[in-house]
Design a protein around this ligand. Sequence first.
Ligand SMILES: NC(=O)c1ccc[n+]([C@@H]2O[C@H](COP(=O)([O-])OP(=O)(O)OC[C@H]3O[C@@H](n4cnc5c(N)ncnc54)[C@H](O)[C@@H]3O)[C@@H](O)[C@H]2O)c1
Length: 249
Amino acid sequence: MAILSGQVAIITGAARGIGAGIAELLAQHGATVLISDANAEGAAIFAAQLQAQGYSAVAQRTDVTSAADRHALVANTLTQFGRIDILVNNAGVLAPVTLDEMTETEWDRLMGINLKAAFFCAQAVVPTMRAAQRGRIINIASMSARTGGLASPMHYVTAKTGMLGLTRGLARLVAPFGITVNSICPGFIETDMATVWTPETRERLVATIPLGRFGTSHDVAGAAFFLCSPYADYVTGITLDVNGGSHIQ
Ligand SMILES: NC(=O)c1ccc[n+]([C@@H]2O[C@H](COP(=O)([O-])OP(=O)(O)OC[C@H]3O[C@@H](n4cnc5c(N)ncnc54)[C@H](O)[C@@H]3O)[C@@H](O)[C@H]2O)c1
């Protein structure tokens, strides 16, 4: 039997990129995956692709900054499947804003998506996980939370560093209910988000990666699968680096 057979996983921002990679791998291992994304069309197309491969996948339009959307996501998942075993807080944005150009509006916008929503998505799934005395929450942070950021704006670095604090605090809080909470810090991963890098930046960045290549969404998905699997039953509160050796602590 597949390792995640019978389990239900919500992945935010799963229409493409790292979230899509995670959703696909969890589905391949037997999970039913909720392809949740603000991009309704992208989520529907990707869920249909997974279904065509024989996997159990459902799309749901969710803007993670909307309380109504978050509650609808959880309520609909429970109505359809009766359980939520895994939450991957993956939805995120990157806006290349300089120190001088930063505005409070832009700071709050990015914090809302990249940090605040992760807490409230977790808050929304904890009651059902607590009732089941079991659950997995994975927060997708960033290597910039480890390094202070090599090519990232300040609000992004701050939000991702906050994800590590959220992971540690929440891990302690919900451990008595059998729920684990862990972070993944991806390094430089080839997704649409990486299109902000200029050719010069790409050249500079790849030269800093000891394994000699950018990462893929599959590289990050492998780490997420491990954290969802029974092999990580006793792992909570950690930060798992997936960066090709770019940052070694
Ligand atoms: N690509 C990288 O190099 C890299 C490195 C470190 C961390 N990360 C993190 O990994 C995560 C995924 O990044 P990616 O590279 O796949 O990016 P991406 O831009 O390819 O995908 C992000 C997805 O999130 C969705 N999204 C954006 N705002 C949303 C919202 N408010 N509600 C719901 N969905 C929303 C988008 O529609 C998109 O489908 C992000 O949290 C990002 O910060 C990426």
